[in-house]
Ligand binder design. Structure first.
Ligand SMILES: Nc1ncnc2c1ncn2[C@@H]1O[C@H](COP(=O)(O)OP(=O)(O)OP(=O)(O)O)[C@@H](O)[C@H]1O
Length: 290
């Protein structure tokens, strides 16, 4: 058992039928899913090297939902950019379903903090845009766009323009646009941080529901520990100088079916201890030892 489990003594961690907090989440088969091997990233600032990432090794199952926490500047976005193929690592490799991944392609979808919809296209047009670029026929594009708009609950907004939508609706449209390309992984960099608290909570529940229905691998960066505990089946914590993963565990509060509401999550007897542990780890106060 890892030191974290012992030191927290959180009731319920060893109860039958409950997912155990584990330092070694299950490994996907050799080729399935996303695999990062020995990733390192170094920038040069004049003659001084800046080691941003070091020794990042990560295996994500095809239906993983992983939340990534860590203080500002620890390299979360850099890691996301490497997985997206936007940034070449100084060392190491990214493989998706066994194939080397070195440049952006539709297998990797990205949702940013701002929706970045094309203002001149309708919401359905935005969702179908990538399909059009991929040569999908018009009738098929329409059908796929309608399916994904229904998935995010935006059927009624199909013919509206982006400026007619609220911030949360725009983010849902952006998610539909990304999912419509049927990516193997969706990378999200603080996608809800620009939303007000109520919209944000509703988007988190929406996303959880969408993940359950699509079982697409989600890589979700957040500064919000509660958000990570609500959404992540697995939680990674990074620390800086150089950026590395200092904890990787299966979230015992995660439920594959049903799922906790916010009130249930916060009332769970394990929640406060887990939250405190993560906050302190992010602040650099305690390093996990196994
Ligand atoms: N193009 C660049 N050239 C040089 N240094 C960079 C560059 N991009 C990022 N960095 C540095 O790399 C480090 C990691 O940045 P990154 O944006 O990945 O961190 P982060 O954890 O995502 O931060 P935040 O939570 O604030 O978004 C920082 O020290 C940053 O200053």
């Amino acid at each position: 058992m890892c030191a974290y489990v012992e030191s927290l003594a959180v009731p319920g961690l060893t109860e039958p039928g409950r997912p155990a907090l584990s330092a070694s989440p299950p490994k996907p088969a050799d080729t399935a899913g996303i695999r990062l091997t020995d990733i390192a990233l170094t920038y040069r600032q004049g003659s001084t090297p800046l080691h941003v990432l070091q020794d990042i090794n990560l295996a994500l199952e095809p239906d993983e939902f992983v939340c990534v926490l860590g203080p500002s500047g620890c390299g979360k976005s850099s890691l996301l950019n490497i997985i997206a193929g936007y940034l070449e690592p100084t060392d190491g490799s990214v493989r998706i379903n066994g194939a080397l991944h070195t440049k952006p392609d539709p297998q990797v979808g990205v949702v940013f903090q701002h929706a970045n919809l094309f203002p001149w296209l309708t919401i359905a047009g935005n969702v179908a845009f990538g399909l059009r670029m991929a040569g999908v026929r018009r009738k098929e594009r329409r059908r796929i766009a309608a399916d994904y708009l229904a998935l995010v609950g935006l059927e009624a907004a199909a013919d509206l323009l982006p400026h007619q939508l609220s911030g949360g609706m725009k983010q849902r449209a952006a998610l539909a646009r990304t999912l419509a390309a049927k990516p193997s992984i969706v990378l999200m960099d603080e996608p809800f941080s620009a939303l007000d608290a109520l919209t944000r909570e509703s988007m988190q529940l929406h996303l959880r529901d969408i993940w359950r229905r699509t079982l697409t691998c989600m890589f979700f960066i957040t500064h919000d520990v509660d958000e990570a505990l609500l959404l992540g089946r697995r939680i990674l914590v990074m620390q800086p100088d150089p950026g590395r993963i200092v904890q990787d565990f299966v979230n015992p509060l995660f439920r594959r079916e049903g799922g906790l509401s916010f009130n249930e999550l916060r009332a769970d007897k394990e929640f406060a201890a887990l939250r405190q542990h993560l906050v302190s780890l992010i602040a650099g106060g305690r390093t996990a030892q196994y």
